[in-house]
Design a protein around this ligand. Structure first.
Ligand SMILES: C[S@@+](CC[C@H](N)C(=O)[O-])C[C@H]1O[C@@H](n2cnc3c(N)ncnc32)[C@H](O)[C@@H]1O
Ligand code: SF4
Length: 407
């Protein structure tokens, strides 16, 4: 199965008691994720923690998100913050004042990198585009737009609240308003041919800056598409077509100077999303807001944090007890190895041997003695003195590769 969606690490596996790792020093940087859980409407394919509400008390939410930041600062003091990412849901529905207050609070709580990356996910509806100048003034320097499709019929199929003209206008406005911008497209839609996708990609490249996220449509259980698919409707391209479109995407983007650096993410070298790289490199991050989770290195390994998911439950918990973290658990060595691989093998660069061996306290060859020779011979994985990486064929079947390594 192809793994293509934007992901944070999976829900937590059982807790281990064994200590590992040397603790994070002040030199290690920190990434901060802030979740805004509201959307105008729920897209039929989406299983993110996103909710439609008639009214949102933005002042209450601003105070609560700041309280969460202040509470979690104690988990990772003495670090420099390298990135902040406002994700959702639809963070472009936030008031720019809320974004400005949160960015200012991060800067008051931690030293920040000189080249601090501050990203925000935006929907291209014209109402939200009107806020772009406010977001730029609030400190956002990288915008990630959820365009999803440039074809009007596909936008309708995906249940999007914007049309093609709004999408193109929002991309142009993002280019004019922010130092860096990216946009997302979803492919492998039902009936989409390689020629259709090539044409859409060509147009996307003419509008793109230095980064594009290209996700293969996945049908998630519990979504409207998931329910329709369970009743027998075909809502995504078959696996063979999906694989062909994936390969065409890799070739086309590499030829255009935006090679893949992750399964679904393409950038001009140096223009990668530094925040997402922190997840994939298994570096530390705090998760602020409903349902957000974090990974923070302490003396004896990493701690995993996870927050209440429902917006109202989260807000009440923060207002009554100062935190909505409902799980704070040490990550056992074996689990850390699994997470490091699961994230790192998504990247073209793979996993740094030194980091993996520091956690495992064993050479990689010994750690994966059973599966490694087979995966290397089959052309799915490479290993050298520096890195363990999945090849393009391996990334396309990452679940199977992970299953073999972690069996
Ligand atoms: C948090 S979501 C969306 C952010 C923003 N609210 C929007 O819709 O534009 C991040 C991205 O995940 C991708 N995505 C979400 N669900 C997906 C699915 N089932 N299959 C493929 N891509 C998906 C979409 O491209 C989306 O832009
Ligand atoms: S895709 Fe974006 S706008 Fe649609 S429901 Fe998910 S988070 Fe909300």
């Amino acid at each position: 199965m192809l793994l293509s969606r934007r992901l944070q690490p999976s829900p937590l596996a059982p807790i281990g008691r064994e200590g590992w790792g040397e603790g994070a020093s002040a030199r290690e940087s920190l990434a901060i994720y802030i979740h805004w859980p509201f959307c105008r409407s729920k897209c039929p394919y989406c299983d993110f923690n996103s909710h439609v509400r008639e009214a949102v008390d933005w002042e209450r939410w601003t105070h609560a998100l700041i309280a969460d930041l202040e509470h979690q600062a104690a988990l990772a003091p003495d670090r420099a913050v390298a990135s902040i990412f406002f994700g959702g849901g639809t963070p472009s529905l936030m008031m720019p004042e809320t974004v400005a207050a949160l960015v200012a609070r991060v800067k008051a709580l931690w030293p920040v990198a000189a080249d601090l990356e501050v990203s925000l996910e935006a929907n291209p509806n014209s109402a939200e585009a009107e806020r772009f100048a406010g977001f730029a003034a609030a400190g956002i320097n990288r915008l990630s737009l959820g365009i999803q499709a440039l074809d009007p019929a596909a936008l309708r199929f995906l249940g999007r609240g914007h049309d093609r003209d709004e999408a193109i206008a929002a991309i142009r406005l993002a280019r004019a308003s922010f130092a860096r911008y990216s946009f997302d497209l979803i492919y492998a839609r039902p009936g989409q041919s390689a020629a259709d996708w090539e044409a859409e990609l060509g147009e996307a490249l003419s509008l793109a800056g230095e980064h594009l996220s290209l996700y293969q449509l996945t049908i998630e259980p519990g979504t409207a598409f998931g329910n329709r698919a369970a009743r027998g409707e075909v809502l995504a391209a078959d696996e063979e077509t999906g694989a062909a479109l994936f390969e065409a995407t890799q070739l086309r983007l590499a030829a255009a100077g935006l090679p893949a650096y992750e399964i679904s993410n393409h950038a001009r070298p140096g223009a990668e999303c530094r925040h997402n790289l922190a997840y994939w490199r298994y570096e530390d991050y705090l998760g602020i807001g409903p349902g957000a989770h974090g990974r923070v290195t302490q003396c004896a390994g990493k701690l995993a944090t996870r927050q209440l998911r429902t917006p109202e439950a989260w807000l009440t918990a923060i207002e009554t007890s100062g935190t909505a973290i409902d799980e704070l658990t040490p990550i056992a060595r074996e689990e850390a190895i699994g997470e490091m691989l699961m994230m790192g093998l998504r990247l073209v660069e793979g996993v740094a041997r030194q980091r993996l061996e520091a956690v495992a306290e064993r050479p990689v060859e010994q750690l994966f003695a059973d599966a490694l020779p087979r995966l290397v011979d089959g052309g799915f994985v490479t290993l050298d003195g520096e890195r363990l990486a999945a090849t393009a064929a391996g990334r396309q079947r990452l679940n199977a590769v992970l299953g073999a390594l972690l069996a």
